[in-house]
Design a protein around this ligand. Structure first.
Ligand SMILES: Nc1ncnc2c1ncn2[C@@H]1O[C@H](COP(=O)(O)OP(=O)(O)OP(=O)(O)O)[C@@H](O)[C@H]1O
Length: 627
């Protein structure tokens, strides 16, 4: 008889029958479902179910996600379910999976040395090498900083033997040269780690057997964001290694096409006879009006419905008379009104498509009104897992301070609302970083936990506005982060601590500015459409819905051009992602145009996406919602 814990049993009872069917299905599953349909919840329940009932104590599950944030989120939710994982769930990004579980784990078997300290090129080093290749093939005027996405697409097409006709032949030549240069220099980058891992799985039967023994099940989240090589890797792990696959995704939320992702791979998988394709059509997040509006913006009705009894929510169209300063003022008014209506600040998000004049206006207005907000500086904080670890530690320290300074009455509520990373998760992340850097293991897990605790939850916590620089320097010293930075194979990690410190100093950042990608209690969030993916808020405010901002022209070789049909479709999906973050209220702000950086007035009117969405809305809805 199957033994399942009470926690899992009650979770299975709460799930929708299709969600439950996906969890319990004995074979491969593709779960294609829309926003808020409980994909992540189902995935977590599946992981818990497999660990409790299907997989012996010595084997585990590999769970692959597109971003570190998503990997953290899944790890957090599995722990929250009360599942004792005992290290049996390996939740990582695709690149970390390839590096740690294939290249490094099987280096002695394949005789291919795993990347050593600093051999994995990060974003910046990749650009420098690519520029060198452009120079060598005679297209020095092509700037690598604008072409890394294209180069990645070419390299993925090369690795998958896909047609290359759509690419500029000189850039194809540069991409080939880039691969040769990497090999000649004994270096690798994120892309080539996946290509190498794929080759190893295809060529080495013992590797496949061992992978299957360790991970009889593979779970892949956000499948639509994967590129061709990753898809081939999943297919090889299934077809050649016999691993059971659970793939989750939403083709409508595919927003990383610029880096070679393509939703067609999810469809390919779903079309296979040996996968069960399960759709989920209830949206548990948003009210029906928001669902209808989002589908109208997408231009395709998916006929999804809100959960029974969900309030309908509201979609509000707000015209302004002038430029972006008006948008910013109104966005702040609406955020303040939501707060007055008892919406908690951290449940309110102001989202913008990309940096530029709109963001400048929002920052100025939020600051002028002294609104408590958290601005996620997506472009400035250095990339890499070490930097992300520091940011998560900052989030923990910030939350600790807030709880410490809350009144006795407010404290229980604070503790309930706090979403800061648990110490155990941070300890896990730190141990992984140390292992990747080949540092000797700490004397005991407890010792590491204790050090983390004294750093992040001290008796006298750091105030939110404490100098981020001072805090960082202490964290570096106490956790010996510089030793990790020095020895880590990922070049981004080699340099990120220095870059972080320089940034904290030059911009005079406060501790709370480092707490990225995490919900901070009491603060309205200001972030991009892309960074909002996978998150949910009560109230979502979208200012700047103007032609030229969304949709917008794209930078191509340092110049601006109109988006292609494919790029336009991707921008529309990004807009859809932003709309679908709202649970109960959506505010859409538009106007006649805006002033560019040079003061030139662009009278291009409201966003075509918004106009099309408005026209498609049922008459009662659109007139009722106009303000
Ligand atoms: N069966 C269910 N009953 C009630 N609530 C549910 C159910 N399934 C999911 N939810 C809730 O719906 C919300 C959205 O779930 P989840 O984050 O798993 O969706 P998702 O499909 O991953 O969303 P997205 O693709 O937009 O990121 C969560 O608050 C979750 O707890």
């Amino acid at each position: 008889m199957l033994q399942v814990s009470d926690a899992l049993l009650s979770e299975l009872e709460e799930l929708h029958p299709t969600q439950r069917a996906a969890v319990l299905h004995p074979g491969n599953v593709v779960l294609r479902a829309g926003p808020g349909s409980g994909k992540t919840r189902t995935l977590v329940a599946r992981a818990a179910y497999l660990l409790e009932t299907q997989i012996s104590a010595f084997r585990g599950i590999a769970c692959i996600t597109y971003t570190n944030a998503a990997a953290d989120e899944i790890r957090r939710r599995v722990l929250q379910r009360g599942v004792r994982t005992d290290g049996r769930i390996t939740c990582s990004t695709v690149h970390a999976f390839c590096l740690n579980e294939i290249l490094r784990a099987f280096a002695p078997l394949t005789k291919e040395p795993a990347p050593q300290a600093g051999q994995v090129l990060g974003d910046k080093a990749t650009q420098i090498l690519l520029q060198h290749c452009f120079d060598r093939v005679g297209i020095a005027e092509t700037l690598a900083q604008f072409r890394t996405g294209e180069s990645t697409r070419i390299r993925r097409a090369l690795a998958c033997d896909e047609p290359l006709d759509a690419f500029d032949p000189r850039e194809v030549q540069a991409a080939r040269l880039y691969e040769q240069e990497l090999t000649a220099r004994g270096q690798t980058d994120f892309e080539s780690m996946v290509t190498r891992a794929l080759r190893i799985v295809r060529e080495h039967e013992p590797v496949r057997d061992l992978l299957h023994a360790r991970f009889p099940h593979l779970i892949v989240d956000e499948y639509q964001d994967l590129g061709g090589v990753l898809h081939e890797l999943v297919v090889a792990l299934h077809d050649l290694a016999g691993i059971t696959v659970f793939a989750v995704g939403d083709t409508d939320q595919s927003v990383y096409g610029f880096s070679g992702a393509d939703a067609k791979y999810l469809t390919d998988l779903a079309d296979r006879g040996d996968f069960r394709d399960l759709p989920l059509d209830v949206n548990y997040r948003s009210g029906q009006k928001i669902i209808v509006a989002a589908e109208a913006a997408l231009g395709t009705s998916r006929e999804r419905r809100a959960r029974d009894g969900a309030p309908p929510g509201s979609v509000n169209f707000h015209p302004v008379e002038e430029g972006l300063d008006d948008h910013a003022r109104l966005a702040c008014d609406l955020a303040q009104q939501a707060e007055q209506q008892q919406v908690r600040p951290e449940r309110i998000a102001i989202l913008y498509p990309q940096r530029g004049r709109l963001l400048d206006a929002l920052l100025a207005e939020l600051t002028r009104r002294e609104i408590d907000f958290l601005y996620e500086r997506d472009d400035k904080i250095p990339a890499g897992t070490l930097s992300r670890f520091v940011q998560r530690c900052a989030s923990r320290a910030v939350t600790n301070y807030q709880i410490h300074t809350a009144t006795a009455d407010a404290r229980p509520d604070m503790l309930r609302r706090a979403e800061a990373p648990p110490l155990a998760q941070l300890e896990h992340a730190l141990t992984t970083l140390r292992t990747e850097a080949r540092l000797s293991p700490p004397t005991s897990r407890l010792a590491l936990l204790r050090t983390l605790q004294t750093c992040l939850d001290p008796q006298l916590p750091y105030p939110l506005d404490a100098s981020a620089y001072d805090w960082l320097q202490r964290l570096r010293a106490r956790l010996r982060l510089d030793a990790i930075a020095e020895q880590h194979p990922d070049k981004d990690n080699n340099t990120s601590l220095g870059e972080l410190a320089a940034l904290c100093r030059s911009k005079g950042l406060a501790l709370q500015d480092l707490a990225q990608g995490e919900e901070v209690i009491g603060k309205i969030l200001l972030t991009t459409y892309h960074s909002a993916k996978g998150r949910e808020f009560d109230t979502v405010i979208l200012p700047g819905l103007l032609n030229g901002i969304i949709p917008r022209n794209v930078a191509d070789r340092g110049k601006w051009r109109q988006p292609t049909a494919k790029e336009l479709a991707e921008q529309r999906r990004t807009f859809y992602v932003a709309l679908t973050r709202a649970e109960s209220t959506l505010h859409l702000i538009y106007g006649p145009g805006y002033h560019t950086k040079n003061g030139y007035w662009r009278p291009d009117g409201p966003s075509d996406f918004l106009i099309e969405m408005y026209r498609r809305l049922p008459a009662t809805d659109s007139s009722e919602q106009q303000t």
